[in-house]
Design a protein around this ligand. Structure first.
Ligand SMILES: Nc1ncnc2c1ncn2[C@@H]1O[C@H](COP(=O)(O)OP(=O)(O)O)[C@@H](O)[C@H]1O
Ligand SMILES: [Mg+2]
Length: 150
């Protein structure tokens, strides 16, 4: 099994959204994408760009699914499910979400905090890790974005 990692640095939320738009061109369903990084690292911001790249939603309409757990965005090329497992702690609670049913041939799962669950860690196709680097200036900071596929 080969893992290939590419690394990008962005300097603002807008740059991260633009990177997400470009990244969307390289993603084809079906896929499980794990989005890793601390709170505020930019996971949801990146999904805004990915959703725009798929013509599935406008960036401003993509919001965090922290409380709703799953948001669905339908585009011509794929249906995106943006999932936040921050509040899901047990395997049983995970099962009630029915993620298996969402992984249809035309679907892409974009999962925040999925690494909490070994099965998702094992089954993921793409892992994207975001990290804040450098000091924050006027709310904008550099982010390192690593994309690993297998
Ligand atoms: N380079 C950057 N990339 C992404 N977000 C950034 C960047 N610089 C500042 N931000 C800000 O950081 C916050 C990231 O929040 P969010 O995407 O919700 O993080 P997460 O989903 O990882 O918790 C947003 O307020 C965004 O405007
Ligand atoms: Mg988030």
């Amino acid at each position: 099994m080969t893992n290939e990692t590419t690394e990008t640095i962005t300097h603002s939320a807008e740059e991260t959204i633009a990177f997400g738009r470009r990244l969307a061109a390289e993603l084809s369903p079906p896929l499980i994408v794990l989005l890793r990084g601390d709170l505020g690292a930019g996971k949801t911001t990146l999904v805004k760009g990915i959703a725009e790249g798929f013509e599935a939603a406008r960036a401003e309409d993509v919001t965090s699914p922290t409380f709703t757990l799953i948001h669905e965005y339908r585009g011509p090329r794929a249906t995106l499910y943006h999932i936040d497992l921050y509040r899901i702690d047990t395997q049983r609670d995970l099962e009630t979400l029915g993620l298996d049913d969402l992984l249809a041939p035309n679907c892409i799962l974009l999962i925040e905090w999925g690494e909490k669950f070994p099965r998702l860690e094992r089954d993921r196709n793409v892992e994207i890790t975001l990290a804040q680097i450098g000091k924050e200036r006027a709310g904008e900071t550099e982010r390192r974005i690593q994309v690993t596929t297998r």
